[in-house]
Design a binder for this molecule. Structure first.
Ligand SMILES: [Zn+2]
Length: 92
């Protein structure tokens, strides 16, 4: 048995909800990706829906909100290629 979780990437536009929450168990949340082949907690398939952090804060449990914050921080640690490009683009 492998402990490593595999994910499907989920494309989300800028400003669109990008936190994928399992609507079946409401205890798993990932940013811009969903676990494959199923939810690791409830084993539901296609149970993930996209939400913003604000909406999760509205109705989520403390645990879910903490997970959502962690998922956001995880992505922010990744290098952002657009940071270097902005210097060469004309600023409005
Ligand atoms: Zn689930």
């Amino acid at each position: 048995m492998s402990r490593e979780q595999a994910f499907w990437p989920v494309e989300c536009g800028e400003g669109e909800p990008d936190l994928l929450v399992c609507m079946s168990c409401l205890s798993e949340v990932f940013r811009r990706k969903v676990p494959m082949p199923e939810c690791p907690t409830c084993h539901g398939v296609s149970t993930y829906e996209a939400f913003t952090l604000n909406s999760i804060r509205d109705w989520g449990t403390e645990d879910l909100i903490a997970r959502a914050l962690r998922a956001e921080a995880e992505v922010e640690q990744m290098p952002v290629p657009s940071a270097g490009i902005s210097a060469s683009e004309p600023a409005e």
